[in-house]
Design a binder for this molecule. Sequence first.
Ligand SMILES: [Fe+2]
Length: 424
Amino acid sequence: MNTTASIPHLVGKDHQPNQQCTKRHTGNMPSQTMPSESNFTITYMLKNSGDKTNFGITIEGLDLNDISDADVKALSDAIWTHKVVVVKGQKDLHPTKQWELVTRFDPESPQVHSHGDLKTFAKQGGVLSAGREVTGIPGAENVRLIGKGFQGEDHYGIKNMNILRCLSNDFHADKLSDEDFRAGNSRFQRWHMDAPLYGKEPAWFTTLRCIKRPTEPEMNIRWDDGSGLSMKSEPGLTAFFSNVQAYELMTEEERKVADHSWVEYAPLPYVWISKCSGRANGLGLETEGKELSIEELGEYDEDSVKRYPMVWVNPITGERAFQVHGICARKLYLRSSTDEEPHVIENVEEIRAFLKPIQERVLKPEYIMLPKMEEGDIIMWANYMIFHTAVDYPIEFGPRTMHQANIGGSIGPAQMGLFEIPAA
Ligand SMILES: [Fe+2]
């Protein structure tokens, strides 16, 4: 089924920074047919001068413990449309209600986290799970406790947990010095979308509730890639850029190739790159020849290997996103039209050389957003349209407690592209 055909392709709305308004939402989700209407307050996220981001809103007036079907639909449409949404005032949101909301966003999907249960995540998570403690909330195991430091005497039944292994700057090949880090410098950890890229489909949305985080001192995020770029941030935030904007920054010739090309991801992709290290700006891997060979990967299921188009189409706005998870890409199939034989690139160095200049164009302070999260806020993002990354901070700044949940999409990117990928 090609879902894009049955989904309304509305004209992308111009983003109007700093404007406060209330909107009524209408529109259809891929798996739903009932139109919906709802009222809640939307505020476009504040921008600094020179900021070129065109996404991000704040919502007030919702109680996610008790949300109607119409509001779930309106919220879902808002996430697709604005890509990053912060819902204020969810301090009392119960983990079971967070999970229930996630399942209501995509009721056709199997009721489990997009990375599977914790045992599957530990086994197949590779680079995602190796250096990191992830715990399910008792009674709502698909809601994951992620964070840093001491989580309290009794956190929803989790007693005296101290998270020592967490998202950090260790992933970079060229590591930030401890001295620079302690002085308040940091980096983007690893730009990505939340996607297993093997077996289950990526989650349409990820939800992340902020329970605790430090708000000072101000951090300095450095690119350290020779560009000299840097930007300021409060500690404990998540950074985002839009792959719709990455697409818009491509040349006409590049877009022609992207529109007709696809990517084959490695089997067990995060195990495949489990010995690899990232570039200092967090985007892509250093080429060190450390990917596992197919033999080293051991047994895998050929049917679970993912082949996705390079361009994913927003089911609500019709916008196109250049959505290539470069670190897991094993083969590129490039062509400029549907009747052309694809040129296949299998060498990871060549794959990276193709992707780097395109994806780095948007990796600039003016295209990056670090939405402010206050305790009790929950942030939700359209995983199929953007990349995000953690930014580490020294534990001396204070503990961080977050509840993360998402669900594998019932409709995947192969059905949200511009063409049907030819059979292998
Ligand atoms: Fe993530």
